[in-house]
Design a protein around this ligand. Structure first.
Ligand SMILES: NC(=O)c1ccc[n+]([C@@H]2O[C@H](COP(=O)([O-])OP(=O)(O)OC[C@H]3O[C@@H](n4cnc5c(N)ncnc54)[C@H](O)[C@@H]3O)[C@@H](O)[C@H]2O)c1
Length: 315
């Protein structure tokens, strides 16, 4: 298969991530079949997709013509056979559960045996999921970052039986539609970005639980300090600059002993500490000061579009 063979996409599971993926594919001009198990779920998905597309229209990122085409080329199904029968690419975003994802293969094997099956799974192993398919070579993890209609990253993970062709086509496809795919060369829980994010969050929680700072101050320290730099470049380039003319090697030579001392003192726990749920909830409510999560998400999307636009990462 080649990227040009992909003419239509199915989004299986249309919750937070599935509806956002569907919005993205429609924005990029593909007809999309959206599938979920109940009419209510589809109704919710339709509202989300309409709202996402209208947001993009309002930002000048898509035209009235594209919106019109999207409205005409999106279909909603509870029947999976109907949804996948004429697609070449399937983006699966159903519940994060082996039984659910494996069961989906039975129908997909029957109705779309040749389509690439890309699972959005954040933490499951594709080597395990693909065992239930008669065509495991076409199965891959394509893990987005929320919300996938705005955040460019897609982590691609091959399972033991995934073919090189599937990886290449998926990589080229996401790249062609403006995503930033990265290859994960080994299956590890959490792929790349969530492992980094959770190591970071563990230390943030630990700082709060140890009374070093409040929830709000650790959030401020993040987004006014490392945050803006991370939007521009990753840690290796950051510390390469931090090392001066000698680069990353000099950074380690110079600051390495201090960093090792910090590491010595930092959190390594594997279970959320007792009482942290309550402390974090109170801290977040204080920080929100009455703002609702919906208002916060709307503000986030507004700013994300500006930031990604400036960085030339919304294509
Ligand atoms: N939420 C995130 O931040 C995030 C980020 C990246 C990836 N993911 C991954 O995306 C997937 C979906 O997560 P979500 O947050 O959108 O969950 P969600 O609960 O919002 O949506 C899941 C949807 O799947 C539907 N569903 C359940 N069983 C189904 C089936 N058999 N067939 C079709 N649809 C079915 C549910 O009705 C629901 O609408 C998970 O694998 C998750 O790991 C989530």
């Amino acid at each position: 298969m080649q990227v040009s063979d992909i003419k239509k996409i199915a989004c299986i599971g249309a919750g937070t991530i599935g509806a956002s993926w569907a919005s993205y594919f429609l924005w990029k001009g593909y007809p999309v079949a959206v599938q979920d198990v109940t009419e209510e779920a589809l109704e919710r998905a339709k509202k989300l997709i309409d709202s996402n597309l209208n947001f993009l229209l309002g930002k000048g990122l898509l035209t009235e013509a594209v919106l019109d085409k999207a409205n005409k080329s999106v279909n909603y199904h509870t029947n999976i056979g109907e949804a996948v029968k004429d697609v070449q690419f399937i983006q699966e975003s159903a519940f994060e559960n082996y039984d659910v994802k494996k069961a989906l293969f039975k129908d997909i094997d029957e109705f779309a045996p040749q389509a690439i099956f890309a699972s959005s799974s954040s933490g499951l192993l594709i080597s395990e999921i693909q065992k239930s398919s008669r065509f495991p070579e076409r199965c891959i993890i394509a893990h987005p970052f929320n919300p996938p209609h705005l955040i460019p990253l897609v982590e691609l993970v091959r399972g033991k039986a995934t073919s090189e062709e599937t990886l290449t086509v998926a990589y080229d496809f996401y790249k062609a539609i403006g995503k930033m795919p990265v290859r994960v060369n080994k299956e590890v829980p959490g792929h790349i970005a969530n492992r980094i994010a959770m190591a970071y969050w563990r230390e943030c929680i630990d700082l709060v639980m140890n009374g070093v700072c409040t929830v709000e101050d650790v959030d401020l320290a993040s987004c006014y300090g490392p945050g803006p730099r991370y939007a521009l470049m990753g840690p290796h380039l950051i510390y390469h600059l931090g090392g001066g003319p000698g680069g990353v090697k000099d950074f380690i030579n110079h600051l390495g002993p201090s960093v090792e001392m910090w590491w010595e003192d930092m959190a390594t726990w594997k279970k959320f500490p007792e009482g942290c749920r309550e402390v974090l909830e109170k801290g977040v409510l204080d920080e929100l000061a009455g703002k609702t999560p919906e208002e916060l998400a709307a503000w986030r999307d507004e700013k994300l579009v500006k930031l990604l636009g400036d960085l030339d990462r919304l294509k």
